[in-house]
Write a protein that binds this ligand. Structure first.
Ligand SMILES: NC(=O)c1ccc[n+]([C@@H]2O[C@H](COP(=O)([O-])OP(=O)(O)OC[C@H]3O[C@@H](n4cnc5c(N)ncnc54)[C@H](OP(=O)(O)O)[C@@H]3O)[C@@H](O)[C@H]2O)c1
Length: 336
């Protein structure tokens, strides 16, 4: 089978196409023939700077395809099932930049009928991250109505995680305010379903959010705490939560002690890799339910323009994500 691999940390030129034997699933594992893979910032960051415990790595945490072999003891999946993957390259060398990947059954989720592989390949990192961020406060599961009556501020609503957070929060019934840095991104955030969009480069974010939520927002989903912590602390309500998942714009932040304890604030950091497995299972269930309900889409009309590359051009796909392309980078691996 084809695999795009790297054997040393470095620029995207370390990625190269090789031929490898088709892997066999062990007990509790399934093999998936990939149709589509999704590329996320984590893929290029590990390749470029974080390194790996393995001699050879085929990157890619996200993807969607068809189950084509079952390991011993797997009973809740069948050959032929259409599925989406999460954490595909976590603690294993071969992720989704391959024709076929072997995965623990717990990380393989059935794709609801009629849902495209494009959607399936976008769910793993972005939607699971968004789910955990949205369930960091008073709401612990997402379903229609669970966030009714709450207001969420999603920083960066045109980003991949931001887009997923907006779509999931709207589905769960929240009022969603989001920030962007341009008119183009504002249009995308609206297309994702955001009720209020604030351009943080031209508007007073605190004043704009206060207009929507005079008593403060219940939850902030934050991509850039280093830059936005001051705003977040000002706009969040008493007993609110600030959930942060990235270090865009800086590696550290400081916060006013009295003001934050006086507001009974909660700060929730999160990362998909080591997320408690029960919380992960909840995310897989709820995200799949949102998708099945037709509440989660990809493409420009859903605020997430798609950029497609064939597997052999994975290096260009990594570069596009590293360069901050707006939307979702997908890898076409095989025919639907
Ligand atoms: N912890 C985790 O498990 C986890 C999971 C997924 C992703 N991440 C990390 O999260 C980050 C985003 O991932 P992504 O896939 O969503 O990337 P992306 O599609 O490139 O989106 C990043 C978004 O962040 C926005 N942004 C940056 N600085 C901002 C600021 N000061 N205020 C408001 N918005 C701001 C950008 O919008 P503007 O350009 O308009 O500012 C952009 O829309 C990456 O660093 C990634 O590694 C972490």
């Amino acid at each position: 089978m084809r695999a795009v691999v790297y054997t040393e940390t470095g620029p995207s030129s370390v990625l190269h196409l090789v031929d490898r034997p088709v892997p066999e699933p062990g007990p509790g594992e399934v093999r998936v023939r990939l149709v589509r893979a999704g590329v996320n910032p984590t893929d290029w960051k590990f390749r470029a700077v974080m390194g790996s415990d393995f001699d050879e790595v085929a990157p890619g945490q996200d993807g969607a395809g068809v189950v084509d072999a079952l390991g011993e003891g797997v009973t809740d999946l069948a050959v032929g099932d259409r599925v989406w993957l999460v954490l595909a390259q976590y603690q294993r060398p071969y992720g989704t930049a391959v024709d076929q990947t072997v995965q623990p059954a717990a990380f393989v989720t059935k794709l609801p009928e009629g849902v495209s592989y494009d959607v399936g390949a976008d769910l793993g990192v972005p939607a699971v991250t968004a789910h955990r961020a949205l369930t960091s406060g008073d709401v612990d599961r997402l379903a229609p109505g669970t966030m009714a009556g709450t207001t969420v501020l999603v920083a960066g609503g045109a980003g991949a995680v931001g887009n997923a957070a907006v779509q999931l929060a709207v589905w769960a019934g929240a009022t969603v305010v989001t920030t962007v840095s341009s008119d183009e991104k504002a249009a995308l955030a609206r297309a994702a379903g955001a009720h209020h969009v604030v351009d943080y480069t031209t508007q007073d974010v605190v004043a704009a959010v206060r207009e929507v939520a005079p008593d403060g927002v219940d939850l902030v989903v934050e991509v850039s705490p280093a830059q936005n912590i001051g705003i977040d602390v000002e706009v969040v309500r008493n007993h609110g939560t600030i959930a942060y998942y990235a270090n865009n714009g800086g590696d550290s932040f400081s916060m006013p002690v009295r003001e934050t304890f006086s507001k009974n604030l909660r700060f929730q950091g999160l990362i998909v890799y080591t997320l408690d497995r029960e919380l992960l299972a909840h995310a897989l269930e709820d995200v799949t339910a949102a998708v099945a309900a037709g509440a989660f889409h990809v493409g420009e009309e859903a605020g997430l323009p798609l950029h497609r590359y064939p597997l052999e051009r994975l290096a260009e796909a990594h570069d596009a994500v590293e360069g901050g392309v707006v939307g979702k980078v997908l890898i076409d691996i095989s025919d639907d």
